[in-house]
Design a protein around this ligand. Structure first.
Ligand SMILES: Cc1ncc(COP(=O)(O)O)c(C=O)c1O
Length: 392
């Protein structure tokens, strides 16, 4: 199909929920994407942080194809081998105690909210309130838009869930003002992705961990965007020296297929009991075979390369004309522009052969973690040229 046909069919037959770029991607390899008219782009998006091994990594594609040809689904009434293998790797790499597989980041956060409420309700005086942060993003379901501390996601969807309060990030007084004897959990992203790749202060995170331990409040880390090597550590919490009680993951873990997960620590590993939670596709063998392959690639040298490439991005962006500021950790990078409009710059980059994301008023880069130095150089060359001619 040519682009115009694809566009017309999607515009006609899918609900109008996405503001799309004016392009279709029909194939890809590594950090290169291709369009129906032979367009080629360098990819600084990885499908919003999903394709960490790039497009159609041959090892990942083989693992998925082999599993699809062998057994595609069993239901959770039976044990299955890829689920067992992927869960073992996830818990060992993260240092958590056990986990639950689901299909997306929002579903992982839903489960985390349920688990935190059950923890707070049972033997802890009926605690059900969860404190989240202004500017956070936790998903699109009713519970997760409620957890999301941004009014723009709430409007038109009332009534929201009860039992959420919002504190200002990096403001201890605001946090204390929102805590009460009904608080069961504090839920944070160490780097707020959607609202501009803003990294939390280490002191602030340390104080959250301290108050959680002191008051028997759970620390929930939403690592849907930061987790599974994106920041150059397996989990972003490693940078902050804290150990959350619940960690949610998705995006990079599946390498491109829909997979989410909730990791439980020692305090929470037995909170959910048979019948409390479930998901038909959770732990699906095909998706987990792909995840098992992705996780087998995440070794110390892989993580060190992500950190090195993150530094390379920062070095090359520092002092670039049109760049005001750079934020983020590893290969999760936010770029504030001195004068140009981020959405227009992103659209111009697309025309010039580079895929980038925006996050509020910033440009956001979430490249595949296997991107090469040459691709970083070439992509940033396009970015610099685009900024030089950007409409103010
Ligand atoms: C931090 C965070 N949490 C949750 C989500 C929701 O994930 P999903 O779109 O897979 O439901 C996202 C998605 O961007 C995210 O960045």
């Amino acid at each position: 199909m040519d682009f115009e046909t694809i566009k017309r069919l999607e515009d006609t037959y899918t609900a109008n929920t996405y503001a799309r770029y004016d392009a279709a991607i029909i194939s890809g390899r590594g950090a290169r994407a291709y369009g129906p008219a032979g367009e080629e782009w360098i990819d600084f998006t990885s499908g919003i942080g999903v394709n960490i091994l790039g497009f159609s990594d041959p090892g990942w594609a083989a693992a998925v194809a082999e599993q699809a040809a062998k057994l595609q689904h069993t239901s959770n009434l039976f044990y299955n081998e890829p689920c067992a293998a992927a869960a073992e790797k996830m818990t060992k790499l993260s240092g958590m105690a056990n986990m639950f597989f689901c299909n997306s980041g929002a579903e992982a956060n839903e489960g985390a909210i349920k688990a935190a409420r059950k923890y707070g309700m049972s033997g802890r005086g009926g605690r059900s309130e969860i404190v989240t942060l202004d500017g956070s993003f936790h998903g699109r379901t009713m519970a997760t838009i409620t957890a999301t501390g941004q009014e723009s996601f709430h409007k038109d969807f009332s009534p929201l869930l009860q039992g959420f309060a919002y504190a200002k990030p990096n403001d201890i007084d605001s946090l204390y003002a929102k805590l009460s004897d009904r608080t069961c959990a504090i839920m944070i992203e160490f780097v707020q992705g959607e609202s501009g790749v803003n990294v939390l202060d280490a002191d602030y995170v340390a104080e959250i961990a301290r108050v959680c331990a002191e008051r028997d409040i759970l620390l929930i880390a939403d690592e849907v965007q930061t987790g599974v090597a994106r920041t150059g550590r397996f989990m972003a919490y490693e940078y902050f020296g804290v150990k959350p009680d619940i960690v949610t993951v998705a995006k990079g873990m599946g390498g491109g297929l829909p997979l989410g997960g909730i990791l439980f620590g020692e305090r929470t590993k037995d909170t959910l009991k048979p019948g409390d939670h479930g998901s038909t596709y959770g732990g699906n063998p095909v998706v987990c075979a792909g995840a098992d392959y992705v996780l087998s690639r995440i070794q110390d040298d892989f993580l060190a390369e992500v950190r090195r490439k993150g530094e390379l991005f920062k070095e090359k962006l520092t002092g670039m004309d049109g760049v005001a500021d750079i934020s983020g950790i590893g290969l999760m990078i936010g770029v504030s522009l001195t004068n140009a409009d981020a959405k227009r710059v992103a659209a111009a980059c697309l025309k010039n052969g580079l895929l980038v994301l925006t996050a509020k008023e910033k440009i956001r880069f979430l490249p595949p973690l296997i991107i090469t130095d040459d691709e970083i150089e070439a992509g940033l060359g396009i970015f610099a040229e685009t900024l030089a001619t950007a409409e103010r």
